[in-house]
Ligand binder design. Structure first.
Ligand SMILES: NC(=O)c1ccc[n+]([C@@H]2O[C@H](COP(=O)([O-])OP(=O)(O)OC[C@H]3O[C@@H](n4cnc5c(N)ncnc54)[C@H](OP(=O)(O)O)[C@@H]3O)[C@@H](O)[C@H]2O)c1
Length: 231
């Protein structure tokens, strides 16, 4: 489809499956995470799906403004535009509020919520210049329903929904659409770090969620919409 897509945290899990989905459909994708070596490995695995010129592999930490600026700048220099931003990178910790250290709280909020803010702020001017674009923020089913042992994670994912709706309101009439996707449990490294005792038949595959994200990127829903992805 030849759109330019930035996907944060795209070296494994939902982000990787989403990168594969866009590349398979002829879009151009920027993939990255904090570790250059993970990016290179992911890039090699994605190569059979699309010509190498459709992929830009970088590294950076979404918690740092200067990394975010660098990634967006490199994307604009390389591909000349940004049609779709998917704020996907995220972390979780499975522990009670009493066990949560200040540092862990900051890490989770800085990654899941501040990282989404930093990318939104950096990408919106380019989308305004282009006259439109689509932004998908990955929240969670835990972004509307709190759950024991996920206090920092739930706080961050509720925040992502508020941020999505505020920015959708702020950008109304600009051609920019902002959505939040709320997946139920997905079979990834993030989920493996928890002990929820879930029925495996109810756990979604990253590819299934990627298909829903790809469809949402078509931009047919009203800006500010929340898309729940359940089994
Ligand atoms: N799995 C679930 O059950 C589930 C359910 C609902 C929502 N979600 C959400 O879906 C999103 C993806 O989760 P996932 O399950 O696919 O997790 P995952 O398998 O752990 O993948 C997370 C990705 O984000 C990257 N990342 C983490 N911190 C980063 C940072 N500061 N800067 C740049 N990249 C960073 C990781 O790479 P590095 O660590 O190498 O940087 C990795 O590529 C998250 O927002 C998560 O909250 C997941």
């Amino acid at each position: 489809m030849d759109r330019v897509v930035i996907i944060t945290g795209s070296t494994r899990g939902i982000g990787f499956a989403t990168a594969a989905e866009f590349l398979r459909n002829g879009d151009r994708v920027v993939i990255f995470c904090r570790h250059g070596v993970h990016g290179e490995r992911a890039g090699k695995r994605l190569l059979p799906l699309s010509p190498s010129e459709n992929m830009l592999t970088l590294s950076g930490d979404i918690r740092r403004g200067k990394d975010v600026k660098n990634i967006v700048g490199r994307c604009l220099k390389h591909f000349g535009r940004i049609d779709i931003l998917i704020n996907n990178a995220g972390i979780a910790a499975y522990q009670t509020i009493d066990e949560t250290s200040e540092r862990q709280w900051d890490d989770i909020l800085d990654t899941n919520l501040k990282g989404t803010f930093l990318f939104l702020r950096e990408v919106l001017p380019a989308m305004r210049r282009q006259g439109g674009g689509t932004i998908i923020n990955i929240s969670s089913a835990m972004g509307v329903q709190g759950e024991a042992k996920f206090s920092a994670y739930c706080a961050s994912k509720f925040g992502v929904i508020g941020l999505t709706q505020a920015v959708a309101d702020e950008t109304s009439g600009s051609g920019i659409r902002v959505y939040a996707v709320l997946p139920w449990a997905v079979d990834t490294t993030l989920l493996a770090g928890t002990d929820l005792g879930l029925d495996p038949s109810k756990v979604l595959s990253p590819e299934y969620v990627a298909g829903k994200i790809f469809k949402a990127a078509g931009g047919r829903r009203k800006s500010g919409s929340l898309l729940e992805v359940y089994p």
